[in-house]
Design a binder for this molecule. Structure first.
Ligand SMILES: CC(C)(COP(=O)(O)OP(=O)(O)OC[C@H]1O[C@@H](n2cnc3c(N)ncnc32)[C@H](O)[C@@H]1OP(=O)(O)O)[C@@H](O)C(=O)NCCC(=O)NCCS
Length: 203
């Protein structure tokens, strides 16, 4: 163990609630969203730049309503898996990323969506969050994740391609992204020691 107690968790033992180290040393807690997170989710979406919000929701929206954030905070971990990332530098109270997938009833497929706060982008967080979402979705029997992205969304296309996604242009000018989960080799998350009390206040 190093000074911060780094430990690589075994692939299938990656904890559901983990504080991870980004490649630039930034510390981020990734955990399941809870009902108490609705106002934090609202603040997160309100802070997104108009471009990021547009890319995430694929239409121009000025704000995401609290009602929608309340719904997003109620992901049950079965029909919908919702993960958030919180910045350790804000004592875990600030949501800086959200990734989720919603199961298509009667199938082993789920629709994926992700957003990372603008000032946290290009630090490896989107990829870390995806890996954790892939692992949890696969553990729950999901075989395929898919999503539709605006075709000029280079960031999500590259992010997904790096993880083995197939991309298809649709006739509406969007790109359909699909990722087979079974064959994926998911490396362990680089996690710190189990959570300490400094995060408890944010729950
Ligand atoms: C797409 C998004 C989630 C990526 O998150 P991120 O934390 O910046 O991604 P990462 O830092 O993990 O990047 C992983 C890889 O994806 C690619 N990538 C990410 N952002 C990119 C960009 N703006 N341009 C080109 N490639 C990019 C790169 O290959 C990157 O690896 P590298 O930094 O080693 O080159 C983020 O840009 C975002 O929230 N966008 C707005 C919302 C959105 O578009 N959601 C997707 C539709 S639901």
């Amino acid at each position: 163990m190093t000074a911060v107690g780094l430990a690589a968790a075994a692939a299938d033992e990656s904890p559901l609630d983990a504080t991870i180290v980004l490649r630039d040393g930034g510390l981020v807690r990734i955990r399941a969203v809870t009902r108490a997170d609705a106002p934090r989710l609202k603040a997160f979406h309100d802070r997104l730049s108009p471009v990021s919000r547009y890319m995430r929701f694929q239409r121009a929206i000025r704000e995401v309503s609290l009602a929608q954030c309340e719904r997003m905070s109620q992901a049950d971990g079965i029909a919908e898996i919702g993960l958030i990332a919180c910045a350790v530098e804000h004592e875990g109270a600030r949501v800086i990323a959200d990734a989720r997938c919603v199961l298509v009833p009667g199938t082993r497929e789920a629709e994926l969506a992700i957003a990372v706060a603008d000032d946290w982008q290009r630090r490896g967080l989107g990829d870390r969050l995806l890996v954790q979402l892939f692992r949890q979705a696969r553990n729950r029997g999901v075989d395929l994740l898919f999503g539709e992205a605006l075709s000029d969304n280079v960031a999500v296309r590259r992010l997904a391609e790096r993880r083995g996604a197939r991309l298809h242009m649709t006739r509406w000018g969007t790109t359909r992204v699909s990722i087979e989960l079974r064959p994926l080799a998911l490396e362990p998350l680089l996690v710190t020691e189990p959570r300490g009390s400094r995060f408890e206040a944010a729950r």
